[in-house]
Design a protein. Structure first.
Length: 341
């Protein structure tokens, strides 16, 4: 099978890029030809060794050539810019939905997002990364959860000397404000030594640092800045609890899997697909509620038995998220799209 994937990709960094690379590598191992096309601009010197072709910012001629050569088009999150070549070169179209196609935190959709949902109903096959996303698409979807990179994220004998860690972009939707407020609540309730590591960067960094100072928790918080994937893995292995306080409904939440694989338990918001990613290996709290988050943190920090019990489920939970397993499920759907009868 010759597979053309359209997705965000390296040198862009994120969960979508990681998932696309993991799946493409597994499909190549299974004997298929894979090409990744991306709207992300290539940067000289930033290439990474991968066993498949990558075409950055394809021209019109490139797009038509790619579609003619490949048997199947797999699209990670529908992009109107990347779909129009299918009007000229017909190919089976598998849409993979990682999110909800909304334009704001309230769930509103403009005409572009509404059009994407209409296109999803015309796709040959639809795959959603969580039940939560599948419900939002409005078209029949096969739910296949995301894989994680087991070669990078694993637990070892590293001593867990730190309490809480947050990993992500420093933007308002990620809910770091809620986490800092919960930290202040814990201090007032007699847990002043609770430490928090914030790994990531973004436009809200200065504002978040100022908020930590305003709440008088700055001495408890360490800002590491941006970290590479391997550095994040090492960081997770030194912490007990990963907190994901997102204010928006995450489509899935790959960092939850990465933390579980690294031996952490997870506390996450209860909206969207994040509870599915956490599974039985953590707990959730009502989105945006710092008091409830503080209670969850206190429970896990003061009850080692509960934390140990949550870790017991990690192997079984992670098994269905291994790249080989996830890639095989994708191939079943892709084969059906290619040979519907």
């Amino acid at each position: 099978m010759r597979v053309l994937i359209h997705t965000r990709f390296h040198p862009s960094v994120g969960g979508l890029e990681t998932v696309a690379a993991l799946l493409a590598q597994e499909w190549v191992k299974a004997g298929h030809s894979v090409t990744v096309s991306t709207d992300v601009r290539s940067e000289p010197g930033c290439e990474i060794p991968v066993p498949f072709a990558v075409v950055h910012q394809p021209s019109l001629r490139d797009w038509l050539r790619l579609l003619r050569y490949h048997d199947l088009f797999v699209h990670f999150n529908i992009s109107l810019r990347a779909l129009w070549p299918l009007l000229f070169v017909r190919r089976p179209f598998v849409a993979v939905h990682h999110g909800y196609y909304i334009t704001d935190r309230n769930g509103s959709r403009d005409w572009r997002e509404k059009l994407k949902l209409r296109i999803a109903r015309r796709a040959t096959k639809n795959i959603a990364v969580s039940d939560a996303v599948a419900r939002a698409i409005g078209a029949p979807c096969t739910v296949i959860p995301n894989p994680y990179d087991a070669a990078v994220f694993f637990s070892d004998s590293t001593q867990r000397t730190h309490n809480l860690v947050f990993v992500g972009r420093l933007v308002s939707d990620k809910g770091v404000d809620v986490l800092l407020t919960a930290l202040a609540i814990l201090r007032d309730r007699g847990l002043p030594s609770t430490g928090l590591t914030i790994a990531g960067d973004g436009p809200d960094r200065a504002r978040i640092i100022a908020l930590a100072e305003h709440l008088r928790v700055e001495k408890q918080v360490t800002f590491t800045g941006w970290k590479s994937q391997s550095e994040v893995a090492s960081l997770l292995r030194r912490h007990t609890i990963l907190v994901i306080p997102s204010l928006i409904a995450e489509g899935f939440g790959l960092v939850a899997l990465e933390a579980i694989a690294s031996g952490c338990v997870v506390i996450g918001s209860d909206a969207g697909g994040l509870p599915e990613a956490i599974g039985p290996c953590g707990v959730t709290f009502p989105t945006g509620d710092p008091v409830a988050l503080a209670c969850r943190i206190k429970e896990l920090l003061t009850d080692e038995r509960q934390t140990a019990d949550l870790r017991l489920y990690s192997s079984e939970h992670l098994e269905r998220h291994r790249p080989t397993c996830v890639a095989a499920k994708y191939l079943e759907i892709m084969t059906k799209a290619l040979c519907p009868n």
